[in-house]
Design a protein around this ligand. Sequence first.
Ligand code: FAD
Length: 421
Amino acid sequence: MKKIYADVLVLGAGAAGLAAAAKAKEFGAEHVVLLDEKEELGGVLPQCIHPGFGLHYYREDLTGPEFAFRLYEKVRNLGVEVHNQAYAIELIPRKYDEKIVRASSPEGLLDIHAKTVIFATGARERQRHEIGIIGYRPIGVYTAGQAQTMMDLYGMMPGKEIVIVGSGDVGLIMARRFALQGAHVKAVIEILPYPGGLTRNIQQCLIDFGIPLYLSHKVISVNGTKRVEGVIVGKVDEKLNTIPGSEFEIKCDTLIVSAGLLPRVELLMRAGAFMDPATKSAVVNEYLETTIPGVFLAGNALVINDLVDYAAEQGEAAATSAIKFIQEGGFPSCVQKSVVKGRNVRLIVPQLITGENDVFFYGRVSQPEEDVYLKVPEVGMKLRMLRVKPPEMLRFKIRKKQFENLEEDKITISVEPRSEG
Ligand SMILES: Cc1cc2nc3c(=O)[nH]c(=O)nc-3n(C[C@H](O)[C@H](O)[C@H](O)COP(=O)(O)OP(=O)(O)OC[C@H]3O[C@@H](n4cnc5c(N)ncnc54)[C@H](O)[C@@H]3O)c2cc1C
């Protein structure tokens, strides 16, 4: 067993982890260790060869590999200690300023004793069985990420006649990717009555390529025993149950499942961090600190982000907090106030605030709506928005001075029709 000491240990070398490691070094942390299970750094970015990355962070339109490379160069030049092919298997919070992360690596087991840990472990894709698709398990069923890896990292085509489940951004981007590669994308199937992806992606990935989108439909089962031969699709009612008699078959040889992402935070959960069922990740305060002191979250491990820019921004914020934690021996022991989800707010991060800092909030609505106010009555905030949609993240800031006269032990964030004042 090899022992390593770190001021800041970053788990996961995607956009969030790379940005966190670089920021921690820039802010003067002496020993920053970055660990990733993969051989190549960058997380999901190396397989995303399309443009659309970095419009906010770099104010440039980059591909995923370009975005990753820039961050990686910075990490390397700043002297971060990188361990690739190293998989973190356990988090042991030992003392206030010491956590041990055990990892399996080519060098054997590593025990990393860290003052602070940043979880930037990204997210995993939901599988076919998690969305209730029945049938045999023939060749030709892949998640979007698996298909993307096959095509863009290994140059292999998963199939020729494609049906995609899920109209989130990943599903839409894969529809376009298959079309560009000469496959026939027969349909994108979405169970909800509205698309799951950004408006720009609906236009650029489906409409521009004439790919049909079936809203309020679901894939019920897969036909074929050795290779996929088709899928049975049905229309659903408001409760998302199949309407009897609405079923039809779409012939295809490949089914791509793009049914959402789940934060990879099992180690945090096992270590006892308090979890939020809405984000399916750990509860954090505005320092992005979990309920385990000195353990922080960033990127898709914190909340599923539409944009890489937000993942990198959260990585930097978590690193800034980690340095503050080390320099000040933790955060002032103050009463944390709850952030309550009000009308039409499905999730919100952070879930706790101290009221002593400016706070960036990231959230999602439950339902699309037009002409609304985003309201936080306890701090007198009322922000007009032309429209809100579940796929498009809410991101807003409440300034420290707005918390000054806050007497309640909570703030409530809600989205309300403008007509109701
Ligand atoms: C197909 C697709 C298209 C996209 N298109 C765009 C776009 O056009 N524009 C845009 O802005 N954004 C886009 N995004 C979103 C953006 O890429 C992501 O939000 C961002 O890259 C997530 O970064 P991350 O660091 O949080 O996670 P990840 O990139 O997932 O990195 C997490 C890393 O942690 C590692 N890890 C996990 N657990 C462990 C462990 N226990 N031990 C060691 N390592 C571990 C993983 O292997 C991975 O390398 C797209 C995403 C996808 C998947």
